[in-house]
Design a protein around this ligand. Structure first.
Ligand code: IMP
Length: 425
């Protein structure tokens, strides 16, 4: 298989976990390159359900190597419990799970800063973060005061951390929050460090060697293009680059080693947390999508906001990521709808927008311009080839590909591995 970067083309939760799981079978190495345990990938294997937050879902395939790259931020305590859960279910990570010594560490004070900042923001200005400390951890990285996984397992860890705790506590107290208990923190992190030490290594060299020996690498993006810190709906974004370029900076694999970019996209749109969402539906159709699609966040359990497919977002994602193919998911969730709308452009103050405006105040006021198609109103979950799709469902999928200018690579019509049609990837 070629080296594929898989990215979310909307606001996250596009069903990336399942597609990665399907492709991992044919890859040698699966790499996570950004984000932290704000992500949640749900994978169904037979009757078993796995929710992974930090570990690449490739771990579910025996023998595959899985890497947490340098671009990821890691809560070591959360990672240990994720590993333990996998081990209890019979998954063996030994010798094939690799954590970058350059990946930054998330500390409890990051979580508290995240929480306090959010609660101090006025209603309407809140970001709706997962409160996992992701933003504050990346802030420390950019401010060059963060600690990395290599530091966590270093004998001098306590000395490195103490000044960080002292400073964070001053900030927390100034914000009206309680300080963290240094003793408790150190004890918990020392224990986690012991558990994780065997997996921490120079993943840059490991991946360099994988490239040299022509191993196939699958890059697993978390979140989505519209949550990317540069290209998303800033400030209603996460703090990393979940777009294709992030795969290189977050792993150490050079751009010319990327062969293909696969964009995962739902047949409709969802968003968790705050921020503009032009095609959001607050009516019965929105409720149907939420209910049938089981649209609840895998990490926080929050209900996802649902809306029509937004081709402006999809075209923009295709451009920013250089998407070669769509992996379209959850078409079956729309089976019962009588009429379906597709957003083809926005309008704001009498001006038409064919792409995503940078100014968030403009974006918040953008209204969707829709075209309509008839629904197919019959089940699609058992369909296994494109030609067996109901003609109206096929017409909908074809139209989405046409107006976004991207070919269909994979079509998913249900949560199981078996409900996945491989068209071109
Ligand atoms: P943070 O990443 O926790 O800082 O949250 C920033 C924004 O990104 C919030 O709107 C979150 O709901 C959203 N977000 C973060 N991770 C995910 C994800 O994996 N799926 C969907 N939304 C996410």
């Amino acid at each position: 298989m070629p080296n594929i970067v898989l990215v979310g083309a909307q606001w996250g939760d596009e069903g990336k976990g399942k597609i990665i799981d399907v492709l991992a079978e044919e890859s040698d190495v699966v790499v996570r390159f950004q984000g932290g345990n704000n992500a949640g990938h749900t994978v169904k294997v037979g009757d078993d359900k796995y929710v992974l937050h930090l570990i690449p879902s490739g771990i579910l395939h025996p023998g595959k190597h899985c890497v947490i790259g340098n671009g990821v931020v890691i809560d070591p305590v959360a990672l240990v419990s994720e590993l333990d859960e996998l081990k209890q279910k019979g998954v063996d990570p030994d010798g094939r799970f690799h954590i970058s010594d350059r990946a930054h560490v998330v500390f409890p004070y990051h979580g508290l800063l995240d929480l306090t900042r959010e609660s101090n923001l006025h209603k309407g200005k809140k970001l709706g973060t997962t409160k996992r400390g992701i933003g504050p951890s990346y802030s420390d990285k950019a401010a060059r005061v963060g600690l990395r996984m290599g530091d966590l397992i270093d004998p001098q860890f306590d000395e490195l951390l103490m000044p960080r705790i002292t400073e964070a506590n001053k900030v927390l107290q100034a914000m009206g929050a309680d300080p963290v208990d240094a003793g408790q923190l150190l004890a918990a992190y020392r224990t986690a460090a012991q558990e994780l030490a065997p997996f921490v290594s120079d993943t840059i060299s490991f991946l360099g060697e994988a490239c040299r020996t022509k191993k196939s690498i699958l890059f697993e993006g978390a979140q989505g293009t519209m949550l990317d810190i540069d290209f998303g709906t800033y400030p209603y974004v996460t703090s990393s680059n979940g777009t294709a370029g992030g795969a290189c900076t977050g792993s150490g694999v050079p751009p010319h080693r990327i062969d293909q970019v696969l964009g995962v996209i739902k047949a409709y749109t969802t968003r968790v947390g705050e921020g503009p969402f032009p095609t959001e539906l607050t009516d019965e159709v929105g409720q149907t999508l939420a209910k049938v699609g089981n649209e609840f966040g895998a990490t926080t359990g929050r209900p996802r906001r649902c809306g029509w497919f937004d081709a402006v977002v999809a075209r923009y994602a295709a451009m920013v990521n250089g998407i070669d193919f769509w992996a379209m998911t959850k078409l079956d969730v729309m089976d019962s709808l009588q009429t379906i709308k597709i957003c083809v452009a926005y309008e704001c103050d009498g001006k038409r927008y064919n792409t995503v405006p940078a100014n968030i105040r403009v974006y918040e006021r953008c209204r969707p311009v829709y075209e309509e198609m008839p629904g197919w109103q019959c089940p699609t979950t058992a369909v296994t080839t494109l030609k067996d799709l109901p003609p109206k469902a096929r017409a909908y999928v074809d139209r989405l590909c046409e107006i976004t200018g991207v070919k269909l690579g994979i079509l998913s019509v249900g949560p199981k591995r078996s409900s996945t049609m491989r068209v071109a990837v």
